[in-house]
Ligand binder design. Structure first.
Ligand code: CU
Length: 584
């Protein structure tokens, strides 16, 4: 039989009419959550600091990010605190003996004896004097995990000023990148300004097991060294013969001291004449005075130090103030085999703060050197949008150029280093052209702050023409303002509340109690007492649910459609039956 299109339409209307009936619902109104004060995205106080300049004879590259490194500090890091004017020194927080550079032993125009002084600093720790943390270091809006870091020896107060308790700019996470030159004699002097024993282990850096005086030099209390006790000092002596990207870290209670932040990059630069290297890169990111060897091959250089934190561990120093209690809580009660990393940082900060100081600024047709380091305890898989980088070195050792590989995801195990080259030629392979190209961990928890997305170690490679006058990306997507609030990171703001033209908020959950599973929550106009909901659920369970309505409607519809298609046969049967009745 030929089916008329009207027959099919009629059948479909009957089949779906019942399901349409149950989808008619009255939703409760959306409410809007007050997200409180939105921080200024970039305070833009340091416009002069962004410019390329020369201080104390030190050439300092332009740094277009929102929060550039202080040029006076760069000059001190390159020349040493002993070779600069008092005025320049006073424009930094360095102690006068923080970096001593002297003795051009090979006569090649740069110093060969480098004395670096490190202290151990607690950030966001318990204060004995008031109800708050001190000194504070926010990894994202109002997120303040307790941290320990190696820090350059500082002068004066631990705080930035008298009016706040935020840490001075030298006291921050991560522990600073340290740069020395191949063949230098380096005395790494640890002044233990902390309440626990620590050491320094030089991971991957060429160093003798014992120093000239016969003392242990490997930083491992169980095999070579004594602890450096609170108030004591120790000098680690190295004369690195091999260049590369290496690591230094504490080797006392390593399973927690490294996680607390006592780990940083130690970079040995290739030997060149007149090669004054930037001894510290505080806070990582752009190296504003790259070494001679780097400038032979690259236009700019960035240190990317990734870390992750379990808030259970990092809150111990905020909840307890007695070192004996902290030792008990941290070394015996805390179990890192049960740990979950809650915070994921790049150069000590999480998104959105990474946008202020850990962006990579690009221009077309340039070569960018990246030193990537993972100091978390899990694998990472960093992905660059819009670019494929060539991994030139693993753990500081250069690959044969023929076997160097190009990728767009860079796996990096704990403690590993990838040296990478990003070439910004727009050829569809190295780069897809200018833009704001984010880069982030593809282990997805890495892009959250305690499970709130976006957050974590996300940052961006931003082409100059996409940067605004204060060094923030000129994003053309969604507004990022809500991410600069405490409320967002406290999990209080609905994630799509501020989407223009949609305004998807949240239902008023005051006094709201979850109904039993069978109840029709979607059609309620307001919260009802649990007893009423339960009664309704009982009635619904007798076959009045949306699903059962649909099934019944479907069966009835099919039956009606079959009857409709066979209506002529049925009519004939009925006529036949009537005829038979008459004949009786
Ligand atoms: Cu330690």
């Amino acid at each position: 039989m030929q089916k008329h299109p009207l027959h099919i339409l009629f059948g479909l209307i009957i089949i779906f009419s019942s399901s349409v009936a149950v989808s008619k619902a009255e939703l409760p109104a959306s409410t809007k959550v007050d997200k409180g004060e939105v921080e200024i995205l970039c305070r833009s106080l340091e416009a002069e600091w962004r410019k390329a300049q020369t201080i104390e004879g030190v050439k300092i590259q332009e740094s277009l990010r929102c929060d550039p490194d202080n040029p006076a500090q760069i000059a001190a890091e390159v020349k040493g605190t002993n070779n600069i004017s008092m005025e320049t020194l006073m424009n930094t927080f360095f102690a006068a003996d923080a970096i001593i550079k002297k003795d051009d032993r090979d006569g090649d125009g740069d110093p060969d004896l480098i004395i670096i002084k490190l202290e151990v600093t607690e950030l966001n720790g318990h204060s004995p004097d008031f109800d708050g943390l001190v000194p504070t270091f926010d990894i994202a809006p109002a997120i303040q995990p307790g941290l320990w870091v190696f820090a350059p020896k500082t002068r004066g107060m631990a705080t930035n000023s008298f009016v706040g308790n935020d840490a001075n700019p030298l006291l921050r996470a991560p522990s600073p990148s340290i740069r020395v030159e191949q063949g230098d004699t380096v005395w790494l002097h640890l002044e233990n300004s902390h309440y626990f024993p620590h050491t320094i282990h030089l991971h991957g850096v060429d160093h003798p097991f014992v120093d000239n005086s016969g003392e242990g030099n490997d930083g491992v209390p169980q095999s070579s060294d004594k602890f450096v006790l609170p108030g004591q000092s120790k000098t680690y002596e190295i004369r690195p013969r091999v260049p590369g990207t290496f690591v230094y870290h504490c080797h006392v209670q390593t399973h927690v001291h490294v996680a607390m932040g006592l780990i940083g990059m130690l970079i040995v630069e290739e030997n060149r004449p007149n090669n004054w290297v930037q001894t510290f890169n505080v806070g990582g990111g752009q190296v504003r005075h790259p070494s001679k060897a780097i400038l032979e091959k690259y236009d700019s250089e960035y240190d990317l130090h990734y870390h992750a934190m379990d808030k259970e561990l990092h809150s111990i120093i905020q909840n307890y103030n007695d070192p004996r209690l902290i030792a008990k809580k941290m070394n015996r009660e805390y179990d890192n085999t049960d740990a979950t990393d809650d915070y994921h940082t790049l150069n000590g900060r999480s998104f959105p703060y990474t946008l202020r100081e850990s962006i990579i600024v690009a221009e077309p047709d340039k070569d960018i050197k990246i030193r990537m380091f993972n100091s978390s305890s899990e694998m990472m898989a960093i992905h660059t949008h819009g670019h494929k980088a060539v991994i030139t070195h693993y753990d500081g050792i250069e690959h044969n150029p023929r076997s160097q590989i190009m990728r767009d995801v860079y796996d990096i195990a704990p403690a590993q280093r990838n040296d990478m080259k990003i070439n910004t030629v727009d050829d569809g392979l190295h780069s897809y052209g200018e833009g704001i190209w984010i880069f982030h961990d593809h282990m997805e928890k890495g892009i959250t702050n305690d499970g709130m997305n976006p957050g974590g170690n996300v940052s961006a490679l931003v082409y100059k023409k996409y940067l605004n006058e204060v060094g923030m990306p000129k994003a053309i997507g969604e507004k990022i303002d809500p991410l600069f609030t405490k409320a967002f990171h406290d999990r209080k703001v609905p994630v799509w509340q501020d989407v223009e033209g949609w305004n998807y908020g949240e239902i008023d959950a005051t006094d709201y109690k979850a109904p039993p599973p069978a109840a029709q929550v979607a059609v309620e106009t307001g919260p009802k007492p649990l007893a009423v909901l339960e009664k309704e659920a009982l009635q619904n369970s007798s076959g009045n649910s949306a699903f059962s309505n649909f099934i019944i409607g479907l069966i009835l519809g099919i039956l009606a459609y079959i009857l409709f298609l066979n209506r002529e046969k049925i009519m004939a049967m009925i006529s036949q039956m009537k005829g038979e009745e008459k004949n009786v």
